[in-house]
Every structure is written in structure tokens, then in C-alpha cells.
Ligand binder design. Structure first.
Ligand SMILES: CC(=O)SCCNC(=O)CCNC(=O)[C@H](O)C(C)(C)COP(=O)(O)OP(=O)(O)OC[C@H]1O[C@@H](n2cnc3c(N)ncnc32)[C@H](O)[C@@H]1OP(=O)(O)O
Ligand SMILES: O=C([O-])CC(=O)C(=O)O
Length: 370
């Protein structure tokens, strides 16, 4: 039998699902989430507004937003045995791998794991969202042989998250910028990790399994791992001139430059990157040191000139996280933590209207029998 349908390497341009969650509208430069443009929302709304929008379908009133915050705070604590599992990991474990283990282990505490109704999945989503800052921050501290930092109920969701990572209560500006980064990372249509989660959910496997697979997907440098790689590149260079020279050398060596290019926005700037670029500028002013901003701008100009490529969100999120005092190995886990809400929305939608993913192949191997 010959398969005659079109083959698109990397599934480029292929419509994989019907969704009412989000769409990248590259013509208008919008990231449409439940009818709203995420870029516009990022100017006036916070991460918890997006959580409500994605899980409940509407932007919350102030009261609903405060209820959501209380609900997540109730879930801040993580079962002690999860921390024991994390303590048993070798110290060389990357925090993304620790996160994958932590999320996977949560499955055992869900006594209704085989129930995939919207109500069950929403309950799980809120629980995981409450727990994930604790798992991310403290798996890192545990791997570093540091004492865990326990959540502070008096802080907002985002301020507490940053506090559990750095051990310092953030300033109002730092909290706002961190919250904005969570919002920008929260949902992005059909990246590899979301596709992975939906493929797993389509077998009627559970939300934890789908999230666990998505962590593995998002870890790769072509996806979420790029934000850590960008920061290593900036630190390796250390100055504007050295950064330009480093990028030129890598391009001569036919290497890809992390933080540039995007399957959907390839010839345009990722609109989220611009928001983080502005945030970087604000942080540079606050800290009285604009070296990273100058380096990033120089890199942006060089990549446009040499390759016609533009920054994606990871390019500017990386120096922003650096300026917020976040350890580099946590950049990709934080991306995943923010994306958990988008992933949960997709898993819920998949379970609600499921059809098993099972594509075919274009076989190019030998045939030894007719
Ligand atoms: C928030 C996020 O997860 S965004 C993605 C983060 N990832 C990165 O920043 C990694 C660097 N970027 C890339 O590798 C790519 O741009 C991707 C993976 C994001 C998109 O890749 P694809 O759509 O598969 O495009 P592909 O890799 O085929 O690139 C097309 C062409 O542009 C070039 N190109 C694309 N991105 C880059 C880059 N960052 N540096 C140098 N060249 C690049 C490729 O070499 C290729 O050139 P060629 O046609 O001469 O071979
Ligand atoms: O959309 C993609 O392919 C990758 C990305 O930018 C994201 O997941 O935020």
C-alpha cells in the first residue's frame, strides 16, 4: 500500500488539531488566547488573569483573581516524599530532569487518576500550578545541597515564586517583570511540547504523564532549553565586541545561534521578545548597568544583517532572568512552569474531544518481499 498524503518534514504547516485555546496570527502580530491578544494583555494584566482565562474561559474579576490566588496558595505545599525522591537524585541532575521526576511522581498521590473529566483535570491543573514553583525552586536548592526555601503565604503567587528561587523578597518592579515573563511564556498554540502533551493525552493517559512528556520536549535547545544557552553565550562573550565576534564565528562555523529564529515567526521578531526587551531595559536602568542590553541589541542587529533572523522570547527572557538573580539552570524549568497552564488547557481540550493521534509514514527503506 502506498501512502499518498503530503509529507511535510517536521510537520511544518500541518494542522494537527482543532482548538479554541490559541492561535499565532503572524499577520497581525497577535498571540490570540481565548479571543484576546496576549501581547495586549501583557500590558495591563498578570499571569493569574491568564490562568483564569485559560482554565475558566474568561478574564477574571478582581474577586475571582484573588480567589484563584488563594486556591493556588492552598496548594503550595508538596508531599514530603516528593522532596525525598528529589533528594535521592545525583547532584549533577539538570533541574529540568528533576522537574520531570517531580511531576511524574505526583501521579501516585492522585487517587482518581483514571478520571479525565473537565472537572477532574481542572482540579489537577490548579494543584499542579500551586505546587510547581515549590518543585522547581526546591529541587534546585536540594541539588545544590542548600536548605529548601518554604513558600511565604503573605507574598503574591509570582513574588513567592521568585522568593523561593532567590531567597530574597523581590521589589515591586522585579515582581512585575517576573510575572510578565510568566504571562508571556504561558501559552503559545502548538509548539513541540504542547503537541507532545496532546499526543500522550490522546491515548487517554493522564495529565501528569502528558506533562512529564512535555517537560522532556521543552528541555531541548531547539525549544525551551534555548534560554539557558543564550545566557551562557552572553557570559562567554562578556562585552559587546566579543559578543559580535562570537556570533560571527559561530555563524562561520555553520552553528545555530540560540534565541534566534522560530518555526512560525522565522522572518519577524517574536512579539513577546519585544516586551522582554523593554523589561530588560527597565531592569538595566534599575541596576545602573546596561551591558547586557547593549550586547543583546548588538546581537540582534548582527543577526538581522547577517541572516535575516530575529530574536525569539528566549533571547530576551534569559538576560531578564539573569538581572532578576535567577540561577541559569532554572531558566528552562521556569519556562515550563509558566507553560504548565497552557499545557493543562490543551490536555483538558484533548480529553474533552479525543481522537487518538496515529499518523502514517513515508517509507524509504527496502522491501525484501512483495
Ligand atoms: C520560546 C521558544 O521555544 S522559541 C525557540 C527557541 N529555540 C532557539 O532559539 C534555537 C535556535 N533556533 C532554531 O534552531 C530554529 O530557528 C528553530 C528550531 C526555532 C526553528 O527551526 P525550523 O523551523 O526547523 O527551521 P530550520 O532550523 O530548518 O531553519 C531554517 C534556516 O534558517 C537557519 N536558522 C534558523 N534558526 C537559526 C539560528 N538560530 N541561527 C542560525 N541559523 C538559523 C537554518 O540554519 C536554516 O538555514 P538553511 O535553510 O540555510 O539550512
Ligand atoms: O511556538 C514554538 O514553537 C516555540 C515557542 O515559541 C514557545 O513554545 O513559546
Amino acid at each position: 500500500m502506498t501512502n499518498t498524503t503530503t509529507f511535510s518534514p517536521g510537520l511544518e504547516g500541518v494542522i494537527a488539531v482543532e482548538t479554541a485555546i490559541s492561535l499565532l496570527d503572524t499577520e497581525l502580530g497577535q498571540i490570540v488566547i481565548k479571543g484576546y491578544d496576549l501581547i495586549e494583555l501583557s500590558k495591563t494584566k498578570g499571569y493569574l488573569d491568564i490562568v483564569h482565562l485559560l482554565l475558566e474561559g474568561t478574564l477574571p474579576t478582581e474577586e475571582e483573581k484573588s480567589n484563584i490566588e488563594s486556591k493556588l496558595k492552598e496548594k503550595f505545599e508538596v508531599p514530603a516524599s516528593i522532596m525525598t525522591i528529589l533528594q535521592a537524585l545525583p547532584k549533577e541532575t539538570h533541574p529540568m530532569d528533576a522537574l520531570r521526576t517531580g511531576i511524574s511522581a505526583l501521579a501516585g498521590y492522585d487517587l482518581e487518576i483514571d478520571r479525565h473529566t473537565v472537572v477532574d483535570n481542572k482540579r489537577r491543573a490548579y494543584e499542579v500550578l500551586g505546587q510547581i514553583p515549590n518543585i522547581i525552586a526546591n529541587s534546585y536548592h536540594i541539588l545544590q545541597k542548600e536548605d529548601p526555601i518554604y513558600p511565604l503565604q503573605e507574598l503574591s503567587y509570582s513574588a513567592n515564586y521568585l522568593y523561593m528561587i532567590t531567597g530574597n523578597k523581590p521589589s515591586t518592579l522585579e515582581e512585575a517583570i517576573f510575572d510578565q515573563s510568566l504571562l508571556l511564556y504561558s501559552e503559545h498554540e502548538m509548539p513541540n511540547s504542547t503537541f507532545t502533551a496532546r499526543v500522550i493525552a490522546s491515548t487517554l493517559s493522564d495529565l501528569y504523564g502528558a506533562l512529564t512528556g512535555a517537560v522532556a520536549s521543552l528541555k531541548g535547545n531547539l525549544h525551551g532549553g534555548a534560554n539557558e544557552a543564550v545566557m551562557h553565550l552572553l557570559l562567554e562573550a562578556g562585552s559587546v565586541n566579543a559578543f559580535e565576534a562570537l556570533l560571527e564565528k559561530r555563524l562561520r562555523d555553520k552553528e545555530k545561534i540560540m534565541g534566534f529564529g522560530h518555526r512560525v515567526y522565522m522572518k519577524k521578531m517574536d512579539p513577546r521578545a519585544l516586551i522582554m526587551k523593554n523589561a530588560l531595559k527597565e531592569l538595566c536602568v534599575l541596576k545602573g548597568d546596561d551591558l547586557l542590553y547593549q550586547m543583546c541589541e548588538a546581537g540582534e542587529r548582527l543577526m538581522e544583517r547577517e541572516k535575516g533572523l530575529y530574536p525569539n522570547l528566549d533571547y530576551y527572557a534569559a538576560p531578564v532572568y539573569w538581572m532578576l538573580g535567577i540561577p541559569i539552570p532554572l531558566y528552562t524549568p521556569i519556562f515550563f512552569g509558566s507553560r504548565t497552564i497552557g499545557l493543562c488547557a490543551h490536555i483538558i481540550e484533548q480529553h474533552e474531544n479525543n481522537r487518538l493521534f496515529r499518523p502514517r509514514v513515508h517509507y524509504i527503506g527496502e522491501r525484501h518481499s512483495k
